[in-house]
Design a protein around this ligand. Structure first.
Ligand code: OGA
Ligand code: MN
Length: 210
């Protein structure tokens, strides 16, 4: 078991917090050591080969539907204790959660994430990561798991920022993109090859029912 506990005041995490405070999004091209990125990619491919990834739905709970005209990725949610590289990533995200709570007072309570595999040609149309009936998702974090991605291969994450600025990010392995879930509309453009990622959300406490 490798110890890779990153303290919540690590400069990398603090720069993500600063970016979010200033402009609502952050891109870290080298967030993970290459070895951990490779292990996470291998874990995603293994789960796909074992048939564990399922077509992703749109919407929440019983209203959820598979609609490939909106999103065409296949996903599997991560649970703690399944695989060491996944647990390392979850530990890192927990440090980021602490950093966000300490500086931005977001009251983030947990982090949920899933592997996502977009087959060649699949896309996810422009959307916000916040459900109409559940606004607990506050901060989105997408980690990419692909070797040597070329711009002509497509598959960009396109973020629609303030002042009609669009920002495209290539899904290159080890790159992490973090943004405010309720503020940044975004889409995934179709690619000419399979596209792997680990996509997650920090959630704040829900309202207590009376
Ligand atoms: C999502 C999403 C972006 C990406 O799963 O909600 O927008 O780049 N993913 O994979
Ligand atoms: Mn999204």
């Amino acid at each position: 078991m490798r110890a890779m506990q990153i303290p919540s005041d690590h400069p990398l995490l603090l720069s993500i917090v600063d970016d979010l405070a200033e402009r609502g999004w952050s891109q870290q091209d080298l967030f993970l050591p290459a070895a951990l990125t490779r292990e996470l990619a291998a874990e995603c491919r293994k789960r796909a080969a074992d048939g564990e990834l399922a077509p992703a739905g749109v919407g929440r709970g019983t209203a959820q539907q598979v609609r490939e005209g909106i999103r065409g990725d296949h996903i599997q949610w991560l649970e703690p204790g399944q695989a060491e590289p996944c647990d390392q990533y979850l530990a890192l995200m927990d440090s980021l959660r602490e950093a966000l709570n300490r500086s931005l007072y977001l009251g983030l309570e947990d982090f949920e994430c899933h592997f996502a595999l977009y087959p060649a040609g699949a896309f996810y149309r422009k959307h916000l990561d916040r459900f109409r009936d559940d606004d607990r998702r506050s901060v989105s974090a997408v980690l990419y798991l692909n070797d040597e991605w070329q711009p002509q291969e497509g598959g960009q994450l396109r973020m629609y920022l303030a002042d009609e600025v669009e920002r495209d990010v290539l899904p290159t392995g080890g790159c992490l993109v973090v943004f405010l879930s309720g503020d940044v509309p975004h889409e995934v453009l179709p690619a000419t090859r399979e596209r792997l990622s680990l996509t997650g959300w920090f959630r704040r406490r829900g309202d207590e029912p009376f």
